[in-house]
Design a protein around this ligand. Structure first.
Ligand code: HEM
Length: 177
């Protein structure tokens, strides 16, 4: 997450932006390495500082980060995804493919459990739970996937942990081609 967040910040807001954000977050010149776990509080501090620096709300920043990171995730874990899969298929199988692999390969990494129910060819429901409450990232990743596959989708979130629910419910509908 940290490595991608750095890439996102630098590509979007310029080479100096990451250093400025770390300083504003009170984290000095910390170097974040891939495949290493860091405290959630640092992630929160960075996200809050980055939102402030770019004059946007935290949810908007998290969502655009998710959208940015989606193609990178797909590229990293391409070997686990069937070539014929599109947005809804990736979502349907993400738990038993990518997130499971991450848990095995990166001890300490705790991707969220995503429970997916394929309602129809064009609709899927995802239940998201995580103490990090990063459903904004989830929505961004979903948008990023749809952009990657060139598909038009609509996301609704009838239940959200930020509105008091125990888990977020994301309904994703794809427009028929
Ligand atoms: C190829 C696909 C994917 C890969 C390889 C992947 C991998 C990862 C990894 C490495 C993390 C960081 C975990 C940690 O450091 O503790 C993560 C977190 C996360 N993933 Fe995925 N992911 C994929 C797809 C998805 C999709 C489709 C969604 C949402 C629908 C999603 C939602 C999230 C969220 C919200 C987090 C933030 C952590 C949290 O909520 O607790 N991911 N993922």
């Amino acid at each position: 997450m940290f490595v991608h967040l750095r890439k996102f910040t630098e590509e979007r807001y310029g080479a100096a932006a990451w250093t400025e954000v770390l300083a504003a977050a009170g984290l000095g010149s910390h170097v974040y390495l891939p495949i290493t776990s860091y405290p959630d509080e640092e992630l929160t501090a960075i996200v809050v500082a980055a939102a402030h620096a770019t004059q946007q709300e935290v949810p908007a920043l998290l969502e655009s980060f998710g959208e940015f990171v989606a193609p990178h995730l797909i590229a990293m874990y391409r070997h686990l995804l069937k070539p014929a899969w599109r947005t809804l298929d990736v979502l349907e199988h993400v738990e038993e493919t990518a997130h499971r692999a991450v848990r095995v390969e990166q001890p300490g990494a705790t991707p969220p459990y995503l429970e997916a129910t394929r309602e129809s060819e064009t609709e899927i429901t995802i239940r998201y739970t995580s103490e990090r409450r990063l459903c904004f990232v989830a929505k961004g990743i979903i948008r990023g996937l749809s952009r990657h596959f060139g598909e038009a989708i609509a996301i609704r979130e009838p239940h959200c942990m930020h509105r008091g629910a125990t888990r977020c419910l994301l309904r994703v509908e794809r427009e028929r081609a």
